[in-house]
Ligand binder design. Structure first.
Ligand SMILES: [Cu+2]
Length: 158
């Protein structure tokens, strides 16, 4: 009898504690409505000099009211795809990047980029490279990225 009473007391203490935590948690601001609505624009890979390595650029647009985190990218054409950001004049690998609610995540020359490594064959202009974008809280998105000329600039279309 004594043991049962003690267990009950502990259980109600735990429940009371979790109610309190929920009340002041980060989710109480009403951000749970809506979900991410993702699409991809302006994707391209400049034809690389290297046989095994290429950079990829694209813009991920989120029309939804919830931000999502891009956590990884995979490709059947490459042994490894990593996310890089440019800080000053050097680049560094990052684990994840945010696509803000009602916003976009831009990968462009001189900024964030995808680094495709261990390519199975060298991407040639006119081909496409398929990559899959993986998100923390949203379904994966498949993108066919066209390979453009080595000097392609999306602003001029050359
Ligand atoms: Cu890089």
């Amino acid at each position: 009898m004594r043991t049962t009473a003690l267990t009950t007391a502990v259980t109600s203490a735990v429940i009371a504690g979790s109610v309190l935590l929920t009340g002041c948690g980060p989710g109480s601001g009403g951000t749970s409505g809506g979900k991410a609505e993702l699409s991809v624009e302006s994707a391209y890979i400049p034809q690389p000099v290297s046989d095994t390595m290429a950079a990829g650029f694209l813009t991920i647009v989120n029309k939804g009211g919830t931000k999502v985190e891009l956590t990884s990218v995979t490709s059947t054409a490459a042994g490894s795809v990593t996310l890089h950001e440019t800080v000053g004049s050097s680049m560094q690998e990052v684990k994840a990047l945010d696509v803000p609610a009602h916003g976009q995540l831009v990968f462009k020359s001189g900024g964030n980029h995808l680094m495709l490594e261990k390519l199975k064959s060298k991407p040639v202009q006119g081909e496409t490279v398929t990559v899959e974008l993986h998100f923390a809280t949203s379904d994966p998105v498949k993108v066919e990225i066209p390979v453009e000329s080595a000097t392609y600039n999306p602003k001029t279309g050359n």
